[in-house]
Design a protein around this ligand. Structure first.
Ligand code: AMP
Length: 177
């Protein structure tokens, strides 16, 4: 992806200070989603990093990971698996609790979503502390996926989330702040 395309994407992201709580600068990606050309650039850029690799399914994390993950699945011709917040999936699930900066959270996947040995890629909008992505990757590992890696639209490099997820496979992000 060209430097000018990356710059266009970067400048479309809106910083929202003190959302959802004081001290957090929220990276609002909705201006990218709302612009047909930027949306295409974002998905093409995320697809580029796994070009030529076998990918059978993409796991997307609730909720913005559903947007990026499912478009990426369409682009790459793979299936899509939602990793959802606790209590949302209707079938038999496997779940994990993970630590947030304050408190804990948990995500679940259907236990039959991945067939052992399938090549599975994780996708989400943003890598912050890596707690969420780390839990999703652990669930993928428990399902005996062959983990292709993880791809993010944005990485907040200063939070060091990459260290929590890089042991599972290659970590790619389109934009780093
Ligand atoms: P973490 O588990 O800390 O890596 O947090 C990752 C999840 O929280 C991602 O799915 C993001 O959607 C969301 N998130 C965390 N920090 C931010 C931020 N500064 N701006 C936008 N979304 C964020």
């Amino acid at each position: 992806m060209s430097a000018s395309s990356l710059e266009r994407l970067r400048s479309a992201i809106r910083d929202v200070p003190d959302f959802p709580q004081p001290g957090i600068i929220f990276k609002d990606i909705t201006p990218v989603l709302a612009d047909a050309e930027l949306l295409r650039l974002a998905i093409d850029g995320m697809a580029e990093v796994v070009a030529g690799q076998r990918v059978d399914k993409i796991v997307g994390i609730d909720a913005r990971g559903f947007i990026f993950g499912s478009m990426l699945a369409q682009k790459l011709g793979t299936g899509f698996i939602p990793a959802r917040k606790k209590g949302k999936l209707p079938w038999k699930t496997r779940g994990l609790d993970y630590a947030l900066e304050y408190g804990t959270n948990s995500i679940e996947m259907h236990e039959d979503a991945i067939t052992p040995g399938e090549h599975v890629l994780l996708a989400d909008d943003l890598l912050a502390t890596g707690g969420t992505a780390g839990a999703a990757l652990q669930l993928m590992e428990m399902a005996q996926a062959k983990i292709v890696g993880a791809v993010f639209f944005i990485e907040l490099g200063f939070l060091g989330g990459r260290d929590k997820v890089s042991s599972f496979g290659p970590v790619h992000s389109l934009l780093t702040f």
